[in-house]
Design a protein around this ligand. Structure first.
Ligand code: NAD
Ligand code: DAU
Length: 362
């Protein structure tokens, strides 16, 4: 099969592509605009594979999307391209509406036209979304199910909720074969350091404050990104058309607990890297002003995907977080180029060959 992945240079998209190239015989067309969040260096391990092609394009560009569908004739679309960071959506919501809502509309229309014109059989459009569309949970024990009503709180989650509605409508009105997944917080290798876990690891290693929003008691349900990638492939290839699947790791943790655990892991794995003047990583924890509209608790009921598709996460939070901290300790080259901005040079691999000449498509 040929799978068109949008947002494949991002955190989760790159894990999906590494999974497909590493674990299946399928080929991948990665369609990515390379915003600040896109990093081709996260795909260094697959870039030379003949089953991988990169197309630099904006999903809001209708002619470019039509051309890409026509040229590559995909069997499946896995749509991950999005603006993904809640804090950025509060500072500047317009980009979120443009990419997450308008971009999804453009992609749906390109897919619809492609299926109609090519007569492609068994085509599937998989929209990758978030648990944030459900808003936050009041109690300590209730869980988001696929039937939970939508109640997004931030411009980011409102834009993702809108895109979910569009996908559902294109399925119902035009018969476009769609599946949707709503997942909890991911963590793991190649995570952009604006997000909680990599932000804390890298700040700690450079002796900077670890900024915990509000009282730090907000709860997120953490899933290791490679477990998510495997779940996404299952849904894309085996999920029932018209259905939604919630994906989560059964790892509910308060933010402050996560930060304490990270500090403990760094004490164990990186005692020798402690910056001068820091006697304990925990001493860097600093409570700061809360995020406006901050959702209190997310937690996923993942029983549908477990029962219907036989997926369960392989990593516990303890094993996954340890692997993640070790990955950041072992991959300073990747994150130092992100922090310096050098990753934007869009160069990759041995010899620093310019991808613009080598691999950029239309
Ligand atoms: P990310 O920000 O790391 O990556 C997004 C990618 O999309 C980048 O490579 C970027 O260059 C690309 N992109 C952005 N705008 C584009 C455009 N207009 N055209 C083409 N490409 C564009 O995001 P992520 O964390 O990997 O999330 C991927 C998807 O999964 C998103 O749809 C997000 O809403 C969803 N999601 C994320 C999480 C999480 O914890 N990170 C959890 C659940 C769902
Ligand atoms: O739930 C899924 C969502 O998880 C995805 O849809 C989003 O794309 C993804 O960014 C993530 O959203 P969050 O807002 O939960 O992730 P973030 O890493 O920004 O923050 C996690 C929690 O930590 C949140 O409660 C805010 C808090 N936080 C975050 C940062 C960056 C801090 O306390 N300090 C920080 O510096």
């Amino acid at each position: 099969m040929k799978i068109l992945v949008t947002g494949g240079a991002g955190f989760i998209g790159s894990a999906v592509i590494r999974y497909i190239i590493g674990h299946t015989q399928d080929s991948v067309v990665n369609v990515d605009k390379l915003t600040y969040a896109g990093n081709l260096e996260s795909l260094a391990s697959v870039a030379a594979d003949p089953r991988y092609v990169f197309e630099r394009a904006d999903i809001c560009d209708a002619p470019a999307m039509a051309q890409i569908f026509k040229q590559h004739q995909p069997d499946i679309v896995m749509h991950l391209a999005a603006e993904s960071h809640v804090d950025r959506s509060i500072d500047g919501p317009a980009d979120f509406i443009e990419t997450n809502v308008v971009g999804t509309l453009v992609l749906l229309e390109a897919a619809r036209q492609y299926v109609e014109e090519s007569g492609k059989k068994n085509f599937r459009f998989h929209h990758i979304s978030t648990d944030e569309v459900y808003g936050d949970l009041e109690g300590d024990t209730d869980l988001f199910t696929e039937e939970t009503s939508y109640a997004p709180s931030s411009p980011y989650s409102a834009s993702k909720a809108s895109s979910d509605h569009l996908v559902r409508a294109w399925g119902r009105t035009y018969g476009l074969p769609c599946v949707i997944t709503n997942c909890s917080n991911n963590y793991g290798p190649y995570h952009f350091p604006e997000k909680l876990i990599p932000h804390m690891i890298l700040n700690a290693l450079s002796g900077k404050a670890l900024p915990v929003y509000g009282d730090g008691k907000q709860i997120r349900d953490w899933l290791y990104v490679e477990d998510h990638a495997e779940a996404l492939y299952k849904v894309a290839t085996k999920g029932k058309i018209g259905e939604t699947y919630n994906i989560g790791g059964h790892n509910e943790k308060q933010n402050i607990e996560v930060v304490h655990t990270l500090c403990d892991l760094l004490e164990e794995l990186a005692a020798d890297k402690k910056p001068e003047g820091v006697s304990a990583y925990k001493d860097l924890i600093t409570f700061v002003k809360d995020r406006p509209g901050h959702d209190r608790r997310y937690a996923i009921d993942a029983s549908k995907i477990e029962n219907k598709l036989g997926w369960t996460p392989k990593e516990t939070f303890e094993t996954g977080l340890r692997k993640t901290v070790q990955w950041y300790l072992d991959n300073e080259k990747w994150w130092s180029r992100v922090l310096s901005g050098d990753y934007k040079l869009e160069r990759i691999g041995e010899g620093q060959k310019d991808l613009k000449e080598q691999k950029y498509g239309s």
